[in-house]
Design a protein around this ligand. Sequence first.
Ligand SMILES: O=C(O)CCC(=O)C(=O)O
Ligand SMILES: [Fe+2]
Length: 309
Amino acid sequence: MNTYLSEDLKKSWNDLGYVRIPNFIDLNDIDLLQKEIKKNIKNRFLNHSFTQHTHRYEKLRFNKENLLEESLQNPHAYVWSKELRYAVAKIICDTKIIELINFLSGENKKRAIWQSMYFDKSTGTLGHQDTYYLDTVDGGEVNAVLFALEDFKKESGPFYVIPKSHVLGPIYKERKIDVDERFDNHDLQASTLKDFEDKNFKSVVPQLLKKGEILIWNSFLFHGALNPKDPKLSRKSLTAHYYPADKDLKGFKTRPNISFPKNLNVPIMGYPSEYQNFKEKIKLIIKIINQSLFKKNKIDMDMRRDSYR
Ligand SMILES: O=C(O)CCC(=O)C(=O)O
Ligand SMILES: [Fe+2]
């Protein structure tokens, strides 16, 4: 058993709703991912990707420092590069994470990955609880992990949490917002959580992780990312969301398809075979043409804090 799996860790987890573990990620895997990002995103003509902060396909843009302005949703399914998909999977499909979640939850279960995200820099993610976006039907059973791919700096727009907020359960329920289904009333839900954050801003704790460290949190924990104070700074990170494979998920009528990347032992939703990826590529090209010809480019479920002032 890994030495960090202690009773103190479990106690912090129960009290705070999150814990951090330093020196968790293999540094070679971080180097590989950074190499693939450079090779397969930064130097590519066609590089559209789905991004979670506007919930639409964007042509990826870079700032003067060559940092991606958008976050990538599901880089493990990035259609333009198999190597990049695998470099993401190598980090997130780590059985040590399943062991950690099983230890913290006290439930030995098979678990799978629902969604991943890649950030070159902070996109100022609005404070939220993941339960509204990604959770089991029962709720409170999805755990997310942030993987620090470099040391986080204070001025870079760090990831933050409100410790102990997980005990509140879904805040939108308390505020009586009508959410019967996943994604119901998004913008009302988002502005209500912004309001919650404004009132509790003194409890926000920025998390200055070190390269290779992870932070794991519960789907009820309130978290987000601050806007960068210095736009030149990066905040390279990955996140991934893990769910118990025996549970029904919000927004799914049946259990989703999951698959294991080669030689890895944690399954992912939407990790494509070569053939599935080919089909996804064609679909994406049609969407890009559609978006640009018919200006079908509506921002949906905006996740940037600046949109909720
Ligand atoms: O890193 C961020 O800016 C936000 C990530 C996040 O909220 C998530 O992965 O659930
Ligand atoms: Fe989140």
